[in-house]
Design a protein around this ligand. Structure first.
Ligand code: SF4
Length: 252
């Protein structure tokens, strides 16, 4: 059997628990398995033919689809909010919008149990070291959603003395949701966009299965101003250039 192809047997107890309804309708089990109509070969989604007598009990899919199907429907967000956008995020968790429909209702108070960081609000220079630390503590696979104008680019406080001009300057952002604040529907759309991104990932190329371990992001240093440790070599280079220039001027 080639890599990436798996067979799901659904003629088990689980099948009976669902009252004969297909468990994996999305990956090729047609809704009409309870009917007499055979599944057309092209809907199978693979080059393998299912024998007539097994149709309705066996379906064929890829490991990628199966793996992503499980992950996309159990994205647990981290439970934290930063500013006004957090109120909209809370609305999405409440009954009217209810993101438990997407398997996301288990908001975790610990980064070690979270898959998704929703950055919902203004990112201040005082807060960004904590955000980066929390991101580093999340296990792979992990995703970041920048919710609203502030998290995406500073928003109305852009270039403010105490505000970071976008959380993507420090952590990799997967989905941006525009608005000030974004509506709950917009956040839902962002979460569905993230699910679509997960659908497109392949088990053979995702970074968390690569041979090299993920490097943690250096924690920014907050002093009189915010310093990104990744910029320190640049600072040293610029300082050396200034000193060199001053020495040349002193000689002349
Ligand atoms: S984007 Fe608007 S609503 Fe959201 S945190 Fe910033 S100011 Fe508040």
């Amino acid at each position: 059997m080639p890599l990436g192809v798996s067979i799901i047997f659904s003629g088990s107890g689980a099948w009976q628990q669902t009252g004969g309804r297909p468990l994996f309708a999305e990956v090729g089990m047609a809704e009409d398995v309870n009917q007499e109509t055979p599944i057309p070969e092209e809907e199978n989604g693979s080059e393998f033919e299912i024998p007539e007598e097994l149709r309705g009990q066996v379906t064929i899919t890829t490991l990628d689809k199966l793996y992503n199907w499980g992950r996309r429907n159990s994205v647990w967000p981290m439970m934290f909010g930063l500013a006004c956008c957090a109120i909209e995020m809370i609305c999405v968790a409440a009954s009217r919008y209810d993101f438990s429909r997407f398997g996301m209702e288990v908001m975790r108070p610990s980064p070690r149990q979270s898959d998704l960081m929703i950055v919902s609000g203004t990112v201040t220079k005082k807060m960004i070291p904590q955000i980066v630390r929390l991101y580093n503590q999340m296990p792979e696979p992990k995703y970041v959603l920048a919710m609203g104008a502030c998290a995406s680019g500073g928003g109305p406080f852009k270039e403010g003395y105490n505000v970071v001009s976008g959380v993507d300057k420090f952590v990799p952002v997967d989905v941006y949701v525009p608005g000030c604040p974004p509506t709950p529907q917009a956040l839902l759309h962002g979460l569905i966009t993230l699910q679509e991104k997960i659908d497109k990932q392949s088990i053979q190329s995702v970074r968390w299965y690569s041979k090299q371990a993920s490097e943690p992001i250096p924690i920014p240093i907050l002093g009189p101003d915010l310093i990104d440790p990744r910029d320190l070599p640049d600072f040293a280079e610029r300082q050396a250039a200034v000193e060199e220039k001053a020495a040349a001027e002193a000689k002349t």
